[in-house]
Design a protein around this ligand. Structure first.
Ligand SMILES: [Fe+2]
Length: 378
């Protein structure tokens, strides 16, 4: 075997470092798109390519679509879908084998539409399949070796190793989201079962969750924050399960003792959920959803921004639903009156930021809110 010179060894070390880089970055983020972008940036750099991309397979439409497209025309490329079996990527998806095309102009399989639409000039392509459990789930490509060189067999081996990391990330994300969906739908089913016994609070949780999410999105929460908010809102009143129906459904005025029992529901909720290890982050939103911005709420009389953020959002959503939904002893208030109530109590009962976000939603997207209220009255 030919001994490697210093320069070659250096290059190999660099390449191994890039693989290590990918696995290190894996641990630092859970966002699939971010991981895939990162992997393909590293692939582009390590393999000296002008651009790199990942295609996923849309089995229903029998098309390939870009999930990552780096390089200067990446943004334009991402809007294009490739018909099944077309192009180099299509061939790789169909055959489950890597393909090295040093000159695309001489290969009839090359699909010219992407270049035509983006203005990019593809010269050479190295494409490898993304395989999990024996099934092709996508295709990764690096395009145009820089400096006019050609992709090599060594490049293919390294790219296959990189692609495997991308495939693992995609598979993990899919499993994770399936698990998350199962979890959320189980929670919804439990909450529905609890609400089912009382026709007047039926749907309350669902509506409060929808209003909370509208506020959260207005406030620019991240995907992860939206998920926490959703779960907190879904479970905010779960503690009512421990309150006797005779109090919960009492039509007339409550005595002081009865009111004290009602007021225990946020803490009861925390007690019920506390033993569940991976939802500790939603407990503050549940415990404090009846605090008031001026400190006159319960259970702790927290004031202002000391009230956990999710609780301040849920408080606005909860109050709006309480006002606009029908109760045994009264019809729901018209939207305009409820709107005014929230406006007048911003800064006293409600966090002004959260109240304003909801008021903006009410003004700019009234049909959406009307539809949520109407569903509750049917
Ligand atoms: Fe509540």
């Amino acid at each position: 075997m030919k001994e490697k010179n210093c320069e070659e060894l250096q290059r190999e070390v660099e390449r191994l470092k890039s693989l290590l880089d990918i696995s290190l970055k894996f641990g630092s983020t859970l966002d699939l798109q971010e991981i895939l972008n990162l992997i393909m940036e590293i692939a582009k750099k390590t393999l000296d390519a002008e651009a790199s991309s990942i295609f996923q397979i849309d089995e229903e439409k029998r098309e390939l679509f870009f999930v990552v497209a780096t390089g200067e025309k990446g943004k334009e490329a991402k809007t294009i879908r490739i018909p099944w079996g077309k192009g180099i990527a299509g061939w790789v998806a169909e055959h489950g084998k890597p393909l090295l095309v040093p000159d695309v102009s001489k290969d009839p399989r090359f699909f010219q539409d992407v270049d035509k639409k983006t203005g990019f000039k593809t010269k050479s392509i190295l494409a490898v399949p993304l395989i999990r459990k024996g099934k092709v789930i996508g295709v990764a490509e690096v395009i145009n070796k820089k400096g006019g060189g050609e992709f090599t067999v060594e490049d293919t081996i390294l790219f296959e190793a990189i692609a495997e990391q991308a495939a693992v990330a995609m598979e993990n994300a899919k499993l994770y989201s399936q698990l998350e969906n199962l979890f959320l739908s189980s929670i919804r089913a439990i909450v529905n079962a609890i609400e089912e016994k009382d026709e007047y609070t039926r749907g309350h949780t669902g509506r409060v969750t929808e209003y909370s999410l509208l506020i959260g999105k207005r406030l620019g929460l991240s995907n992860d924050e939206i998920k926490t908010l959703e779960l907190s809102a879904l479970l905010h009143d779960v503690g009512k399960i421990g309150i006797p129906d005779s109090i919960l459904r009492k039509p007339g005025r409550l005595t002081d003792e009865e009111y004290a029992v009602i007021k225990s529901h946020p803490l009861r909720g925390v007690k019920i959920l506390e033993p569940i290890e991976n939802i500790k982050h939603i407990l503050p939103g549940i415990k404090h959803h009846h605090e008031r911005y001026d400190g006159k709420g319960y259970p702790d009389g927290l004031k202002g921004k000391k009230i956990p953020f999710y609780a301040r959002i849920i408080a606005v959503a909860d109050a709006f639903d309480a006002m606009t939904s029908d109760r045994p002893y009264r019809k729901g208030l018209p939207i305009e009156i409820a709107r005014k109530e929230i406006e007048e109590n911003r800064g006293t009962q409600f966090d002004p930021e959260c109240a304003d976000a909801f008021l903006r939603e009410l003004d700019e997207n009234p049909e959406r809110i009307e539809e949520i209220i109407k569903r509750g009255r049917e």
